[in-house]
Design a protein around this ligand. Structure first.
Ligand code: SAH
Ligand code: SF4
Ligand code: F3S
Length: 472
């Protein structure tokens, strides 16, 4: 039984071998067209899942002989990996695609332009690209990433536009190498897709059904990452807590965490995103018991009102959410909680919005990702009556930001004088930027050689958004 199901989930070895043949063929055509060092510019919009996809896309491109550049102007091949989660995200992509037209004309129209990712998986967007953006050569959806060699080969050989945006049942391609920007911070996808169908959300429509990678494959990749110098591994999925259910791999998310935690090496583990309806006591206890798992839980709640939560199809109540936060704090007194929240869901009243405000005051999030509801074509919420004007929603939105700012400022003040182990991520001017276990950003003076390593920092000053410190 399980085997049959798994066959449908994993892309076959034969197919992957076929793609390797296309890689070699595309390489030759690229050489003829662009010389021996074809350059690619890959730009990623949206979530870490998209970032991880782009790393694998770059892996494919590197196999075809591409090197990478930072500007579209310098590239022979430009790829935008797009996000569809809100209208604003889509508008930005269209604006940037428009800006490519004169760049392409300047380069004698030789440049190849491609779009992929969540936007392209929607029929009306693919149609718009087909009709109104004739200088875009290749459009492929989220299920077609593993076929990129074949698709690019077709573009090069036939000199025709290629669209591959079929809605296939979700599948997993293993064994595609990733090109990562920084070895010390690694994204590790453990599952793809989402089955939750929150009524406002486009993700299940464009990313397909939930499917988990095999635990052995994940552990093997984690070992490789650690050997290559990873200091932070972030496990990725739209709903990581339901890892291991589809297809049943006999290992749940807590068990996967324990197994990764047991790998030797000096590294930390993060994960996102968790869904409150699947966030179990076992998971919280596992976090508390695993020394490599950071003290940070990102747990989107979306609303603090039960009627709205039901209309969103979230599958929990505000009281249940608050209980989870209470339990997390009891088991891990130093835990930092963060969340996502939507203001102005169709039909939400001001009184219902006030329940959301009360929830954030009760939980005391260390930070919050706040969004104004954006209707997404094809979702159930887009069909609901939405009488509150945008201007009014803007007022509520700012009210929520102000409430959260107060909470964060008080919390930040309480951190002054405390010491944290931080992973130094980069250097801006003469300040190092590091992150604590709870995901707080600390800026402190220090040497660039520390980037990518752990250091001890003491907080000396707290602003509303930034903590300043010194290395100890
Ligand atoms: N899978 C994750 C989040 C995915 S999208 C989860 O379930 O938590 C990230 C966030 O974008 C969501 O948590 C939600 O707050 C926001 N979001 C999603 N669709 C939206 C929409 N149509 N309008 C406004 N915000 C939206
Ligand atoms: Fe979207 Fe809900 Fe799935 Fe998150 S859990 S990706 S918000 S449908
Ligand atoms: Fe955006 Fe797709 Fe991620 S819609 S948020 S890039 S899964």
């Amino acid at each position: 039984m399980i085997d049959n199901k798994k066959k449908n989930v994993f892309i076959s070895e034969e197919e992957l071998a076929r793609q390797r043949e296309f890689t070699a063929l595309a390489r030759e055509l690229l050489y003829e067209r662009f010389g021996d060092t074809p350059k690619a510019f890959v730009h990623t919009y949206g979530c870490q899942g998209n970032v991880a996809d782009s790393e694998r896309i770059k892996g494919r491109l590197a196999e075809m002989g591409f090197t990478f550049c930072d500007k579209a102007e310098d590239a022979d091949f430009v790829l935008f990996n797009t996000c569809a989660v809100r209208e604003h995200a889509e508008d930005r992509v269209f604006g940037n695609v428009g800006a490519l037209k004169p760049i392409k004309e300047k380069n004698g129209n030789n440049m190849i332009i491609a779009l992929c990712g969540c936007m392209t998986q929607q029929a009306h967007i693919a149609e718009k690209l087909r009709k109104s953006y004739d200088y875009v050569n290749l459009v492929f959806g989220t299920f077609a990433v593993y076929r990129l060699p074949e698709l690019l080969y077709s573009v090069l050989r036939k000199r025709k536009r290629v669209f591959d945006v079929q809605n296939e049942s979700g599948r997993i391609a293993e064994g595609i190498p990733a090109v990562r920007d920084r070895a010390f911070r690694a994204w590790l996808p453990i599952m793809y897709g989402c089955n939750n169908f929150c009524t406002y959300c486009i993700v299940p429509h464009v990313r397909g059904r939930e499917r988990s990678r095999e635990p052995e494959k994940i552990l093997a990749e984690a070992r490789e990452l650690i050997a290559a110098g990873a200091k932070e591994i972030t496990l990725l999925g739209q709903n990581v807590n339901s890892y291991g259910k589809e297809p049943d791999c006999g290992v749940n998310f807590s068990e996967l965490l324990r197994r990764i935690n047991a790998l030797p090496g000096d590294f930390i583990i993060r994960f996102m995103t968790s869904h409150p309806k699947d966030c179990s006591e076992e998971l919280l206890r596992t976090m508390a018991a695993c020394e490599k798992v950071e003290r940070h839980l990102h747990l989107p709640f979306q609303s603090g009102n039960d009627r709205v939560l039901k209309a969103m199809n979230r599958g929990y109540t505000a009281a249940h959410y608050q209980e989870l936060c209470r339990m997390a704090k009891e088991l891990m007194p130093d835990i930092a909680l963060t969340g996502d929240v939507i203001v102005g869901f169709p039909g939400e009243t001001y009184e219902e919005f006030c329940d959301t405000k009360r929830l954030i005051e009760d939980v005391e999030f260390s930070s919050l990702f706040t969004f104004i509801y954006s209707p997404r074509k094809g979702t159930r919420a887009a069909e609901m009556a939405d009488p509150v004007p945008a201007k009014e929603k803007g007022v509520w939105f700012r009210e929520l930001l102000a409430a959260q700012e107060k909470i964060a400022a008080a919390r930040n003040q309480s951190l002054v004088g405390k010491r944290f182990r931080v992973l130094i991520e980069e250097r801006e001017g003469d300040l190092l930027i590091g992150r604590t276990s709870g995901n707080f950003t600390i800026k402190c003076p220090g040497d660039a050689s520390l980037v990518g390593s752990f250091a001890e920092a003491e907080i000396t000053e707290a602003g509303n958004w930034v903590l300043t410190g010194r290395l100890v």
